[in-house]
Design a protein around this ligand. Structure first.
Ligand code: SF4
Length: 324
């Protein structure tokens, strides 16, 4: 183990041992029971349990996989709302700041909405609440330019259906091997007949099963399956199923509901057009505002503890930026 790492481990285990000594003293029969009920003691205990365990009398730090999920894991006893997160290789503890700004060529770039969440909340979960708040104040845009974290087929469809807002952002590419490698038959190579609930593959075979189901995350999906008799002798089997094994069953495809499927196809087709690129370029204004917030207003540092105060700091900062 490198020397610096060994020192760090020693220090961390020392902190754990100190915490254990303190908690042991608080739980001794001589200590007043009321001390154990103090919120700060409870927090320290929770944090200690999340981070350490005792192994044969020795205090050890838990492996990351043995600690609670990020949304539940405390990162400091001084702020029980803060959470740790990572994005594109950058780790941070605290909160996320979601900013909505007018992105129209003929309008001033005013911030119309600010939201603060703990750092583990996915961006996409903010789309519906932000639109609901903007609707309450009659501030909804016709077109909402967002980055990839906020744009999913479900949000695009919901924004259009619930608020008549055109949510525009890069839709993440499919992660299945057929799309990633580029050489396989991806969903885009199959023709979907929604009315007759049938899928036709690039070789002209038609699906034999169509089932409405739920994904692991609980969202609605359609599962289609091709007959084994059609796929087994197919020369494109490896390119389609990734298998040359003749005992394999027919190709299976999982589709989003029709509205979401069509929204994705439409959005992906649009993303390649010059018009879409010019339209999306207006989002550069928001990136500039975020950069101003970070560089001139210290947005990357929370001045206070707790989500409520972090929210207030962000609201005040956004107000100051609108006035600057
Ligand atoms: S493996 Fe089946 S679904 Fe895929 S191309 Fe061949 S016949 Fe069509």
């Amino acid at each position: 183990m490198p020397k610096g790492k060994a020192k760090q481990t020693e220090l961390i285990e020392q902190v754990g041992a100190d915490g254990l000594s303190l908690l042991a003293a608080l739980h001794s029969p001589e200590a007043p029971a009321s001390l154990r009920q103090l919120p700060r003691v409870q927090t320290l205990r929770q944090m200690w349990i999340q981070q350490y365990f005792v192994d044969d009398g020795q205090v050890r730090r838990r492996d990351l996989k043995d600690r609670p999920p990020g949304a539940e894991r405390l990162v400091t006893p001084y702020d029980t709302d803060a959470r740790g997160s990572v994005k594109r290789g950058i780790f941070w503890d605290g909160y996320k700041f979601h900013l909505t700004e007018i992105c129209e060529p003929d309008s001033p770039n005013l911030i119309t909405h600010v939201a603060t969440t703990d750092s583990t909340v996915q961006d996409v979960r903010l789309v519906a609440p932000i639109h609901a708040h903007l609707a309450e104040r009659d501030l909804l845009p016709e077109r909402h330019l967002v980055d990839a974290g906020y744009a999913t087929a479900r949000e695009v469809v919901a924004a259009r259906r619930n608020h008549k807002v055109n949510l525009v952002g890069p839709i993440l590419a499919s992660t299945n091997w057929q799309t990633k490698d580029g050489g396989g038959f991806s969903q885009a190579d199959f023709a979907i007949d929604w009315e007759n609930q049938q899928v036709t593959c690039p070789n002209g075979a038609t699906s034999s099963r169509w089932t409405e189901d739920r994904s692991q995350e609980g969202t609605a999906v359609v599962r289609a399956r091709f007959p084994t008799a059609a796929c087994r002798p197919c020369k494109s089997r490896e390119q389609c199923n990734g298998s040359n094994n003749k005992s394999d069953m027919g190709r299976r495809i999982t589709l989003r509901p029709q509205a979401e499927y069509e929204a994705i196809q439409h959005a992906r087709a649009q993303e390649d057009t010059q018009e879409w690129k010019e339209q999306y370029a207006h989002r550069a204004g928001v990136e500039g505002t975020i950069s101003q917030g970070v560089r001139a207003f210290g947005l990357r540092r929370c001045r206070y503890h707790g989500l409520a105060k972090a929210q207030l700091q962000h609201q005040l900062t956004a107000t100051a930026m609108d006035c600057s």
